[in-house]
Design a protein around this ligand. Structure first.
Ligand SMILES: C[S@@+](CC[C@H](N)C(=O)[O-])C[C@H]1O[C@@H](n2cnc3c(N)ncnc32)[C@H](O)[C@@H]1O
Length: 264
């Protein structure tokens, strides 16, 4: 995607993005008021997670990465330093904190992440709320091992890391989960793969499930996948934060609601 298209998409999002004003749905209003507008809403775990981020940003360890997905716009080599992955290849702090707050707010118990990478975002999710069961899948053996070491060192026990391709491991995981509360799709950013993971998840969604798609404006394919996902007949509410998109399946809405929301 060209630089100009990226700028146009971002400006288009900025023009449409709302704060509380104009949010006529009580469900969305309360969510935005509590999780986005209340800037004082912070948690003690964030301080420790900031320290872990700093540790990763200073770690010069070289990893041999086998990328099973669409790759990165910035990191092209197979050999990558942990500190470069921490800078360019993982969820930014305010979005990891946002996912933490979402899990907390809805009291989700079964959380799945596609794309573990270094495991920092996994740690955020594992520390949220009443400590949900977190499952995270990663294709690269080196990243899987690194994340496992980090999570063990942090003394976190409510995470199961799975190594393998999403295409095999995600359906296998879904079959053994009691339910799917929260799913973050954060890897293999292509049109086909994103729709495939959405389709795999659909039979397992319930009234309170939240699906989150990362990098929805990363490419023309991702934009198309996001448009199709949010227009799916089972989706009742979509929230577009430019860097990620959220879809809910709650009933009780006369018609589907689609909002562009100012970023956290
Ligand atoms: C953007 S990173 C994940 C970042 C992580 N969620 C975070 O915020 O810290 C995407 C990861 O997905 C993995 N990946 C991409 N396609 C995959 C696939 N088909 N199967 C398994 N892993 C895949 C990549 O190796 C990469 O580590």
């Amino acid at each position: 995607m060209s630089k100009w298209q990226r700028i146009t998409d971002y400006l288009n999002y900025r023009v449409k993005a709302r704060t509380l004003h104009g949010l006529h749905s009580p469900f969305v209003y309360k969510l935005v008021e509590t999780l986005i507008e209340d800037k004082g809403c912070t948690f003690s775990a964030f301080e420790r997670l900031d320290a872990v981020r700093q540790q990763l940003l200073n770690d010069a360890t070289l990893l041999q990465i086998e990328d099973l997905g669409a790759g990165s716009n910035v990191l092209k080599q197979k050999e990558r330093r942990v500190k470069d992955i921490a800078r360019y290849g993982i969820t930014r702090k305010r979005f990891s904190e946002f996912y933490f707050k979402l899990i907390n707010y809805f009291d989700y118990r079964q959380v799945v992440e596609l794309g573990t990478s270094l495991g920092l975002n996994t740690l955020y999710m594992a520390n949220a709320g009443r400590k949900p069961e977190v499952y995270s899948i990663e294709g690269s053996g080196a990243l899987h091992y690194y994340a496992q070491t980090l999570i063990t060192a942090e003394g976190v026990t409510n995470v199961q890391l799975i190594q393998g391709n999403f295409d095999e491991q995600f359906p296998a995981l879904l079959r053994r989960l009691p339910k799917l509360d929260f799913l973050l799709v954060d890897g293999n950013h292509t049109y086909e793969a994103t729709l495939r993971y959405f389709t795999m998840a659909l039979p397992y969604v319930h009234e309170h499930t939240l699906l989150v798609f990362d990098d929805i404006y990363w490419s023309e394919g991702m934009k198309r996948a996001w448009m199709e996902i949010k227009r799916h007949p089972r989706v009742s509410v979509s929230l577009d934060f430019y860097y990620c998109g959220l879809v809910f399946f709650k009933s009780g809405f006369k018609e589907p609601l689609h909002f562009y929301i100012q970023q956290p």
